[in-house]
Ligand binder design. Sequence first.
Ligand code: NAP
Length: 311
Amino acid sequence: MSAVMFEKVALIGIGLIGSSIARDIRALGLAGDIVISTRSPQTLQRAEELQLGDRYTVSAAEAADGADLVIVSVPVGASESVAQQIAPHLKPGAIITDVGSTKASVIAQMAPHMPEHVHFIPGHPLAGTEKSGPDAGFKGLFKGRWCIFTPLEGTDPQAISRLKSFWEALGSRVDEMDPQHHDKVLAIVSHLPHIIAYNIVGTADDLEAVTESEVIKYSASGFRDFTRLAASDPTMWRDVCLHNKDAILEMLARFSEDLAYLQRAIRWGEGDKLFELFSRTRTVRRSIVDAGQDVDAPDFGRHALDDKPNT
Ligand code: NAP
């Protein structure tokens, strides 16, 4: 068990990410007191049933009052409203951070409300699943995953270092970058793949020449790999698209050009171009496995399915 790092931790938002953080804090003994806040009484009650914290409140202000560390884990579009609610109650010297998937927009929404006497350090753990809500969280979600900080100029290095130690205790590796760069990188590694998945699953769902039952029945040929991403939380992803608009549109333009190149190669029977691209992309997969960001199990380790009867 690790030592207490923060006497009082307030978790605002207790879905997949907030509840995973809560489970780790509790398991590792990183806080003296965990206060949980979420806007709906139903989610709050579920958090209490799951015993994710020590105290529970629907008031973000009450939770943040006197906290040494405040972690905001709500959809990025709700960041400003949360910042407004908690700002007057923040204790001098407190560290305020978030986990939002976009960074420039979160900073624009939260920083103007943060009092001078606190340390606001925006963050983004690159870990998650397609599930949401407090039941979806689990211990160890952040182990071996990156957490990116996008600190504002002039932030106290000691506060950054304290927050870094916290994420390292959860098993993460921490990087720092500027928020605009973060938003560009995430647009290609996360936002675009989700948008493509939403699009392809939507297209298949709209097809009239192929029935829905055939799409489901034969999905193991590739389609189902997209359905996992396309099952992600609609609120979260609506907000990501609206709050990282420029970077996403830039990546989508590049993507459309490259798709046109592929389309032309298929149309004109340019097998060498197709072969060259497909060989290059195969090495990308190899690098991801080598970097420890996925396992090399055949079929993404889905052997559990082999035991299921065919439907
Ligand atoms: P989630 O499971 O859907 O939980 C969302 C939490 O935010 C719930 O406590 C919910 O409260 C609260 N909430 C929703 N709308 C709100 C609003 N308008 N105002 C105040 N609170 C609101 O979401 P999550 O997956 O944990 O995502 C939380 C954040 O983490 C997002 O910013 C997301 O971009 C980021 N993130 C997600 C992932 C991922 O894979 N899911 C990975 C990295 C970062 P109620 O249930 O009480 O309504």
